[in-house]
Design a protein around this ligand. Structure first.
Ligand code: NAP
Length: 261
């Protein structure tokens, strides 16, 4: 295995892989040698995404996956194994911020749908993937949010579901770290994606009033996910940590300075 393709031979499945953070992670994981399964709600993929992946070292497969469906995890994991023979990494990235609005103004079904996608979606995927991750000494990354730790006006469903996701990360780590699985909750910061377009349009809270030029590119948090999957830092197992942690950022930068894919 080359030092510059540290994820060579590993297979990663990323939900919500067609755009935003997910697409950034697919590109970075594949650049570091991973085979990546893009789990997406609708196929085919957009031309821009496909063009951005041409230079990657890893192989890619695309599988349909709506995480709000109960059998989403089982189907996507089976497809990943069909494509690459095994699964080493699950990145639960699919998520939604809507409904945005005060709690009593939210449509109740929309509120439940947010929990379904942000929490049950991750649970379904993890349930299907964990036997593989146990067998392979694999890695689970749940893309969480600072909003799971700090309430934001208008985001009750999002905050509650991301807080629950952070606890799911801890619970899985408690039970499966001893079986060789590393589990992380990663808060990616404020990133320039379609989700932030909806947030800006709402003018609801302090995050919605950030200017677009204050947001990070999806490639920035993507670098952290590749680092996590390659290094599997034991001190972060079960933790839900932020991209704003300067000491961790130094470790990520140091790793990328060596692994210059
Ligand atoms: P985005 O651009 O809106 O992308 C969301 C992704 O999730 C899309 O690929 C979307 O697919 C997918 N998705 C939504 N519902 C789904 C479902 N039922 N089944 C499968 N896929 C589904 O948002 P993003 O900013 O990249 O967000 C990615 C993750 O980062 C989310 O978990 C989000 O909470 C988290 N996050 C983002 C920020 C930020 O500042 N952007 C900050 C903190 C955390 P479609 O294209 O089919 O809708």
């Amino acid at each position: 295995m080359s030092a510059n393709v540290p994820l060579q031979g590993k297979t990663a499945l990323v939900t919500g892989a067609n755009k935003g953070l997910g697409a950034g992670m697919v590109a970075d994981l594949a650049r570091h040698g991973a085979n990546v399964v893009l789990a997406v709600r609708s196929v085919p993929l957009g031309d821009a995404l496909v063009a951005g992946l041409v230079e990657c070292s890893g192989r890619l497969a695309v599988v349909p996956c709506d995480v709000s469906q109960k059998d989403a995890g089982a189907r996507a994991v089976a497809a990943a194994i069909d494509a690459f023979g095994a699964l080493d990494i699950l990145v639960n990235n699919a998520g939604q911020v809507e409904p945005i609005g005060h709690f009593l103004d939210n449509d109740s079904d929309a509120w439940e749908q947010a929990v379904t996608v942000n929490l049950f979606g991750a649970q379904r995927m993890a349930r299907a993937a964990l036997p593989q991750l146990i067998a392979r000494g694999g890695t689970l990354v749940n893309i969480s949010s600072g909003a799971g730790h700090t309430p934001r006006e208008g985001w009750s469903a999002y905050c509650a579901s991301k807080a629950a996701l952070a606890m799911l990360t801890r619970a899985i780590a408690l039970e499966y770290a001893g079986k060789g699985v590393c589990s992380y909750g990663f808060q990616p910061g404020v990133v320039d994606t379609d989700m932030q377009v909806s947030i800006r349009a709402s003018d609801m809270n302090e995050i919605s009033r950030l200017r677009r030029d204050q947001l990070a590119a999806p490639a920035v948090p993507a670098r952290w996910v590749s680092w996590l999957c390659a290094e599997r830092p034991r001190d972060l197992d079960g933790k839900d940590f932020s991209i704003n942690d300067a000491a961790l950022r130094a470790r990520v930068d140091q790793w990328h300075a060596v692994h210059t894919c």
